[in-house]
Design a protein around this ligand. Structure first.
Ligand code: HEM
Length: 237
């Protein structure tokens, strides 16, 4: 492995650690409780954000040159997302499991199985992320598997989290549903950021259907709107 390859893994690892740590801190403030459960949520959310960033880098670099430098990190970030996803699944199936490793698959099959399928897809992408696999499969097939695999995993994760957390999402969307103490800043749960992020990615990817100019405007407007929505959710609700 070349020195530059190793450096890319180091940077991607540090970037991942910063996400896990930052989201952990936010989750601790939002839930009021530090510990394994908050770490679990931050690992799950980091997986979604990392994979989402991998999917966003393509359109962002096509629309704005300033993102070109980041394209080379797609593989490493995808691999990191497999490890954070694996850690999340380990925590929910073992240390945090209330009814044994398979309890969730019986009680919440509609969300647990898509989650597991997402992990399997990420594992396959990880397993073929090397020069040997590229040579054996041929560059075209390899690229197609990576391309569709990343999209399938992201869709499965989005479905998994929305099904699992639909009550929390709805209660934050309906004003007055969440009890608030006046004068206290209430951080929304991470699932609200995650849902907005999924929407952002969907819109940006679809925007390219309308041509480069329109896509640029939609991307800028949508990014500002999501940031404004986050600020609204955090400070003004
Ligand atoms: C790569 C695979 C997976 C990813 C990326 C993933 C991602 C997520 C995300 C984004 C959330 C929402 C976190 C939040 O509340 O903000 C979540 C929650 C959760 N997931 Fe997964 N998930 C995966 C697989 C699984 C599997 C296989 C199971 C079940 C065995 C599972 C069980 C849970 C549980 C119980 C929660 C709720 C955690 C809590 O609120 O404390 N996940 N997951």
């Amino acid at each position: 492995m070349l020195r530059s390859d190793i450096l890319q893994y180091v940077y991607a690892g540090l970037f991942t650690a910063a996400w896990v740590f930052g989201l952990y801190e936010i989750e601790v403030i939002a839930s009021g409780e530090a510990g394994l459960s908050a770490l679990n949520v931050s690992l799950a959310a980091s997986t979604l954000f990392l994979l989402g960033i991998v999917l966003l880098l393509g359109p962002l670099s096509r629309l704005f040159n300033r993102f070109d430098w980041a394209l080379k990190y797609r593989k490493e970030l995808g691999i990191m997302s497999f490890f954070t996803g694996l850690a999340h699944v380990y925590l929910v199936m073992f240390p945090l499991a209330r009814n044994g490793p398979w309890g969730l698959y019986t009680s919440r099959p509609l969300s647990a199985y898509p989650g597991l399928e997402a992990l399997i897809v990420l594992f396959i992408l990880f397993a073929i992320s090397n020069r040997f696999a590229t040579r054996v499969m041929g560059a075209k097939l390899w690229w197609q598997i990576q391309y569709w695999g990343a999209r399938a995993a992201f869709a499965l994760i989005a479905f998994h989290m929305v099904v699992l957390k639909q009550k929390t999402i709805m209660s934050w969307l309906i004003p007055g549903d969440v009890p608030m103490t006046p004068g206290v800043v209430h951080y929304p749960p991470l699932i609200i950021w995650e849902t907005q992020f999924v929407l952002l990615i969907l819109v940006i990817r679809l925007s390219e259907l309308f041509g480069v100019k329109a896509a640029r405007i939609i991307t800028i407007v949508m990014s500002i709107s999501v940031l404004a929505m986050m600020a609204w959710a955090m400070f003004l609700r």
